[in-house]
Design a protein around this ligand. Structure first.
Ligand code: HEC
Length: 330
């Protein structure tokens, strides 16, 4: 029998386990409130927290000489790193493209209850994320390394074929119930994925996850936002600012200890300034580009303040391991 043609409810009943698994997913989402780090919800039980939460793979991004293409790639790179691009449960859980494709690669430690089979897999056609694409069967697939050899990937990335753009469009609007992306964001995501190449992989496979790394991402996203403002594309610029705010959010959750109240307050003030810039962009008000420039100019001071206290935060491997022990089963 063709299992794919069954009604979702029927298939769930037939599988028996699936409803249990969906409940587990919902419970995991409900538990968002008490996890010190959201990422702890999707790290496989038994994974080494220093590796899974304290480090990231290095990015294999080939930066082109052509400044116009480089700018498009930066737009995609920022969009890849914000849950605001997606909708529904994924956005609520803080999941973005980069959660699964870490720095454009795979994620062998990913395990989301109700969505994953073995670690490193995900069922992107699950009703937890999508009301459009739920195929009613539990079919997790390995998360592909987007920086692997192009010939080994399923979707043809050849520019002339134009297969990648509709694929990513479907991912956003159907698999993840997200809003319609702007043309520049969709184009940027495809340009970013195309620019991920094995030959661009740095010699060192992983690097520590730090304040500096996240602040660099935030600055790049804001620079992409400035470029979009100059192009008269405020709608994409709003998403670029959202991406910067998502990166600040990842710093914020690691700075929750009472001893870190002062740097966290500075971080939150910086985030509120970005929120205000988003409001200006929404209203197509003037001056947003200059306000971003001012934010960027002040950002090294914020970064220094945060980096100075990083050792007391969950960026510190020992503190991270302790927090993970309290939180992670297995
Ligand atoms: C929940 C984890 C998850 C998230 C979030 C996610 N992906 Fe994926 N992605 C997967 C899995 C799993 C596959 C493989 C699906 C398959 O084999 O059918 C995949 C496949 C792909 C492919 C095709 C790779 C190939 O073989 O050609 C591309 C491109 C891609 N994702 C890009 C993205 C982009 C862009 C986003 C954000 C809009 C995103 N993904 C978000 C898990 C995820």
């Amino acid at each position: 029998m063709d299992r794919r043609r069954r009604r979702p409810a029927e298939a769930l009943a037939a599988l028996g386990l699936a409803s249990l698994v969906l409940t587990a997913g919902a419970t995991a989402l409900a538990a968002l409130g008490d996890a010190p780090l959201r990422a702890m919800l999707w790290v496989a039980p038994g994974a080494d927290p220093a590796r899974a939460l304290g480090s990231v793979p290095t990015e294999c991004l080939k930066r082109p000489a052509d400044p116009a293409l480089a700018a498009r790639i930066e737009v995609g790179r920022a969009a890849f790193r914000t849950q605001v691009l997606l909708g529904g449960q994924a956005a609520r859980a803080g999941i973005n493209c980069e959660t699964c494709h870490r720095d454009g690669r795979a994620n062998p430690d990913f395990h989301f209850p109700g969505l994953s089979g073995p670690p490193g897999t995900a069922d992107v056609t699950n009703s937890l994320f999508s009301t459009h694409r739920d195929n009613g069967i539990d079919d997790p697939k390995p998360i592909p390394d987007l920086s692997g050899a192009k010939a080994r990937l399923k979707v043809d990335q050849d520019l002339a074929q134009r297969k990648l753009e509709p694929f990513i469009h479907g991912l956003i609007t159907e698999e993840f119930d997200g809003p319609e992306p702007t043309p520049a964001v969709l184009d940027g995501l495809a340009a970013y994925v195309r620019a991920l190449r094995p030959e661009a992989c740095p010699a060192q496979a992983r690097e520590p996850f730090t304040v500096a790394l996240l602040m660099a991402d935030a600055r790049r996203a804001l620079q992409a936002g400035q470029e979009r403002i100059r192009a008269g594309d405020d709608a994409s610029a709003v998403l670029m600012v959202a991406s910067a705010r998502s990166r600040l959010g990842l710093i914020d959750e690691r700075f929750a200890a009472p001893a870190l109240a002062a740097p966290r307050a500075s971080l939150r003030a910086a985030d509120r300034r970005l929120e205000a810039i988003q409001a200006v962009l929404h209203d197509h008000g003037p001056d947003a580009e200059r306000q971003i420039a001012a934010w960027l100019a002040a950002s090294p001071r914020l970064e220094a303040e945060l980096a100075a206290r990083q050792g007391l935060s969950l960026f510190d491997p020992a503190r991270l391991a302790q927090a993970a022990k309290r939180r992670l089963p297995g």
